[in-house]
Design a binder for this molecule. Structure first.
Ligand SMILES: Nc1ncnc2c1ncn2[C@@H]1O[C@H](COP(=O)(O)OP(=O)(O)OP(=O)(O)O)[C@@H](O)[C@H]1O
Length: 249
């Protein structure tokens, strides 16, 4: 738990639970003699509104940890709480309920090629009952406007640039106002300028919505957008904090 000052009254101290909390978390792949440990004793508390970059060499366990924290795979050993729900031994339904509160952005934007930009963004709203009575088209267009693509709403992904596609993916991830957004190498397929634009946009929207962003990257050029950098090696969390950037540099 950490103490924060309320934005309404800076003198008023409130306590807040972490949105994600891992304790003594271990993870293994394979079985029998092929069983291999991928994560070792991970302890981590992540709070609302922070942008967290996870970095480290290839094979160090970043994606494994990210997918666990996104409810995309079941946690096996230790404790992992996401938005208050324990993920160790969680049922499929509990995993699904947690996933509905999370937005996902991947390296390959994973847009549906047969849907327009607007339809791709709208689809994300259709998965949430609470938006069913709202004007989803208007919401999708307004979200596309906020990522600078109001004039591309009726374009299909094939006629958009890599950076534009990634911005549609951001609009799709953020439109349902998730509490957590996971991004796996969101700039990997982009040139320097588009990559920068994309992460700055994620940063701006996340701060506006107060959501937590967990971002895995090898891209050292974007480390400065992080509130916190988690550095991993061989399945261990080696350092955690703003000074972790020094290890990467
Ligand atoms: N599905 C799987 N089955 C078996 N082993 C796996 C599986 N996924 C990952 N691993 C192993 O777990 C370890 C951590 O992999 P992970 O993908 O989490 O690393 P990473 O830090 O994300 O790497 P990269 O930067 O290359 O994406 C590696 O040794 C990898 O070989």
């Amino acid at each position: 738990m950490k103490k924060i000052t309320s934005s309404h009254n800076p003198m008023h101290i409130v306590t807040t639970e972490p949105v994600i909390s891992a304790q003594n978390l271990n993870h293994y792949f394979g079985e029998g003699t092929l069983r291999k440990q991928a994560l070792f004793d991970i302890n981590l508390d992540i709070y609302s509104g922070d942008i967290i970059i996870m970095t480290g060499p290839s094979g160090s366990g970043k994606t494994t940890l990210l997918t666990l924290m996104g409810g995309l795979r079941s946690a096996q050993e230790g404790s992992l709480k996401i938005l208050g729900q324990e993920m160790c031994s969680a049922s499929k339904k509990q995993l699904r309920d947690v996933r509905r509160q999370i937005g996902y952005i991947f390296q390959a934007h994973n847009l549906m090629t047969f849907l327009t930009a607007k339809e791709n963004v709208r689809m994300s709203l259709e998965l949430h009952d609470e938006f069913l009575n709202q004007d989803m088209d208007a919401k999708a267009i307004s979200m596309l406007e906020s990522v600078g693509l109001g004039n591309r709403a009726d374009y299909y992904p094939d006629s958009l640039s890599g950076g534009q596609k990634q911005r549609v993916a951001i609009a799709r991830a953020l439109i349902s106002q998730p509490k957590i957004v996971l991004a796996d190498e969101p700039t990997a397929a982009l040139d320097k300028k588009s990559g920068r634009d994309v992460v700055e946009l994620m940063q701006k929207l996340a701060k506006e919505q107060g959501c937590t962003i967990l971002l895995v990257t090898h891209d050292n050029r974007i480390l400065d957008i992080a509130d916190r950098i988690i550095y991993m090696e061989d399945g261990h969390l080696i350092s955690d904090g703003v000074d972790a950037a020094a290890k990467v540099g």
